[in-house]
Design a binder for this molecule. Structure first.
Ligand SMILES: Cc1cc2nc3c(=O)[nH]c(=O)nc-3n(C[C@H](O)[C@H](O)[C@H](O)COP(=O)(O)OP(=O)(O)OC[C@H]3O[C@@H](n4cnc5c(N)ncnc54)[C@H](O)[C@@H]3O)c2cc1C
Length: 421
């Protein structure tokens, strides 16, 4: 009898325990589910708030953009290295500035003493877009060509270096340009800079390290002659040390006796695709290049040979505003010798062929005056109406020309064309 009672007791206790276990398990499930639901709801809310914030910032930025030229004050002028200065520019009206895309540039119109007309030049924004009260540009003074010392040094860069002081006022267009980094992407990137071509890439690099996406893999290959031209050396070394996702490699093509490999720079010689191939774990990167036209030309060709698709190579060549470009030959037209360009204002009829290069160069060769700024399709100064026919571009314009107009500095005729010049 006692055994039966004992057995029944065990069964009852077992059943009770099973109930308790079941209750605990279902409670645990319910709590876990509830927690997950709350986390998801919070994440959804966070995404909505972030999307609303981005939309608001975008809308605010849109309102902050300006048309034409706006007055800026030189707030600070800082020497970066030999022949390179940075200029911190604050809006004269003290109203907040729109965010730009890292890699974009500003267009300046300057009234330089002893010149008959204002001159226009482009300078890339060299810091991240996070500041709303100033923009920074970094300018190298262009010297006279070594093989032609009688030619004057660069007009505008010399003016910035030698004449502009803190407190001076400049006329500046809103940021523009199609060479920029998409900050919403996480794609690994490789930046290749030559000399002062570091400026837009510096803006991109700073944007990555200052932004939320600090894990995005980024490589910078930076070529200069030697330590005297090494722009923002300490800043770059600091980023390289501080962020595990940032890899900076500096090449000196002509190191001086004072330059120590391993300390001041990493590699002797120029930046080459062989160097990139040796260091990058794969070729699965987006490549952003900026430097002298010859460097761009050779590196883009080598990158294509390495198998990098064209849509993963982005580049900007600063070129030189006064000097004609030779790096990008125009595409061959079927019957180029028969192409007639009529400059209607001056009444000049000219034959265009490959050797003339751009329509601006054709105009210059025939004493037809067209104002220009950048010779790169970036500043819009040479905008000219097309009265008949059409043009094509040697490189994509940095800003879209108005309908029915073109930028002769980078345009060539598609066939017979009449320009309002
Ligand atoms: C989108 C874009 C962004 C840019 N960003 C930057 C930047 O961030 N930083 C920067 O420093 N530059 C930048 N540049 C280049 C800049 O716009 C100017 O082209 C550069 O500063 C030279 O202008 P300059 O007026 O000083 O020289 P220019 O007067 O145009 O002269 C250029 C060179 O030509 C020589 N020269 C002058 N006349 C002759 C002649 N008759 N024959 C032969 N040679 C001659 C000069 O001695 C000089 O070496 C950028 C350009 C573009 C298109």
């Amino acid at each position: 009898m006692a055994v039966i009672v004992q057995t029944i007791g065990v069964i009852i206790i077992g059943a009770l325990l099973a109930q308790v276990v079941l209750f605990l398990v279902s409670t645990w499930h319910r709590v876990t589910y509830e927690r997950q639901r709350r986390t998801l709801a919070l994440e959804l809310l966070r995404c909505r708030v972030e999307a609303a914030r981005t939309l608001k910032v975008g809308q605010e930025d849109e309102k902050r953009f300006w048309g034409g030229f706006r007055k800026f004050v030189v707030r600070q002028k800082v020497r970066e290295c030999h022949d390179v200065y940075s200029f911190y520019l604050a809006p004269h009206d003290r109203k907040p500035l729109p965010r730009f895309q890292p890699g974009q540039h500003l267009v300046f119109k300057l009234h330089i003493p002893d010149t008959t007309k204002p001159v226009v030049r482009c300078y890339s924004l060299s810091d991240s877009p996070t500041q709303s009260d100033y923009y920074r540009i970094t300018i190298k003074r262009e010297l006279s060509p070594s093989d032609n010392p009688d030619v004057p040094a660069g007009l505008v860069s010399s003016y910035f270096h030698n004449h502009l002081q803190e407190g001076d006022i400049l006329d500046v267009k809103a940021p523009s340009g199609k060479f920029f980094l998409d900050l919403t992407s996480a794609a690994p990137v490789a930046f290749v800079a030559g000399g002062v071509g570091i400026t837009p890439l510096l803006s991109m690099l700073n944007s990555i390290t200052e932004g939320a996406a600090t894990t995005r893999e980024v490589w910078l290959f930076y070529g200069v002659s030697n330590g005297t031209e090494h722009i923002m050396k300490d800043h770059l070394a600091q980023l390289n040390r501080q962020y595990h996702n940032v890899h900076v490699h500096v090449c000196y093509s002509q190191p001086s006796d004072a330059d120590v490999i391993g300390e001041d720079y990493d590699h002797s010689g120029r930046v080459s695709v062989d160097l990139l191939r040796g260091l990058l774990p794969s070729n699965n990167y987006e490549f952003f290049l900026c430097g002298p036209p010859a460097m761009m030309d050779s590196l883009t060709k080598q990158l294509k040979v390495w198998g990098i698709p064209e849509d993963k190579i982005f580049f900007e060549a600063f070129g030189s505003a006064t000097v004609k470009k030779t790096a990008a030959p125009p595409p061959r037209l079927a019957d180029a010798t028969q192409v007639e360009v009529f400059f209607s204002k001056t009444g000049k009829r000219c034959q265009w062929d490959q050797k003339h290069g751009s329509l601006l160069e054709l105009a210059e060769g025939n004493a037809v005056q067209i104002d220009f700024g950048c010779r790169a399709g970036s500043c819009g100064t040479c905008l000219t109406a097309i009265k008949a026919g059409d043009v094509t571009y040697m490189t994509e314009p940095g800003v879209a020309p108005e309908a029915g107009s073109c930028f002769p500095c980078i345009a060539i005729p598609k066939g017979h064309v009449t320009l309002d010049a």
